[in-house]
Design a protein around this ligand. Structure first.
Ligand SMILES: Nc1ncnc2c1ncn2[C@@H]1O[C@H](COP(=O)(O)OP(=O)(O)OP(=O)(O)O)[C@@H](O)[C@H]1O
Ligand SMILES: [Mg+2]
Length: 176
């Protein structure tokens, strides 16, 4: 069996704007195997976040996506929404640069963990909290953080949210 986890082939992502198409990603190809880390580096506006969003399927409507993006052999573009929703947050996670704008400031870190875990699995709130504690501990973050609100959070808390599965099933995270 092939060890390739993520594969892009001739990927193009064009935002359709009133002033015409913005060619954010224009024909990239790569392969990532299990256990590999790929860093994408480039000047601002070169399309790094667009690549991450295309992997997660969270691009705005009316965006043109061409080429192929395969996750464990499945073409992400043709996956039914429901199947993509199951993968997102469980098998592939996007860790945003700025947790302030991505986490809801009215909910505690614990609330965010519990919601994420219970969106994917039928577990009690108590069990969800236990997993959150374990995930944070694995990153050296004390349990007391759970009662804090996102303005106190660091991207590591966000990263913790991507590691709540026990045993961790998320091996793949896209850092924005
Ligand atoms: N929703 C959108 N509609 C139109 N153009 C967009 C949209 N989002 C991004 N762009 C444009 O697409 C290009 C790539 O943007 P992107 O955010 O992917 O870059 P980036 O490499 O992540 O930059 P940064 O290092 O600043 O995070 C830029 O020219 C940006 O202005
Ligand atoms: Mg970016």
């Amino acid at each position: 069996m092939s060890d390739v986890v993520l594969e892009a082939s001739g990927l193009r992502v064009y935002y359709n704007t009133r002033r015409g198409p913005v060619k954010a990603v224009d024909g990239i190809s790569f392969e990532m195997s299990r256990g590999e880390t790929l860093g994408v580096v480039g000047e601002t506006g070169c399309g790094k976040s667009t690549l991450g969003k295309s992997i997660l399927g969270v691009l705005p409507p009316r965006t043109t996506v061409e080429g192929e993006l395969r996750f464990l052999g499945k073409d992400l573009a043709s996956l039914p929404r429901e199947e993509l929703r199951k993968i997102r947050g469980k098998e592939i996670a996007l860790i945003f640069q700025d947790p302030m704008t991505r986490l809801d400031p009215l909910f505690t870190i614990e609330d965010h963990f519990v919601e994420t875990i219970r969106a994917h699995e039928d577990v009690s709130k108590g069990e969800a909290i236990d997993r959150a504690v374990t995930a944070l501990a694995s990153m050296g973050i004390p349990e007391s953080r759970l009662k804090h609100y996102p303005p106190d959070a660091r991207p590591s808390v966000h990263a913790g949210a991507a590691r709540v599965d026990n045993p961790p099933r998320i091996e793949r995270a896209v850092f924005d």
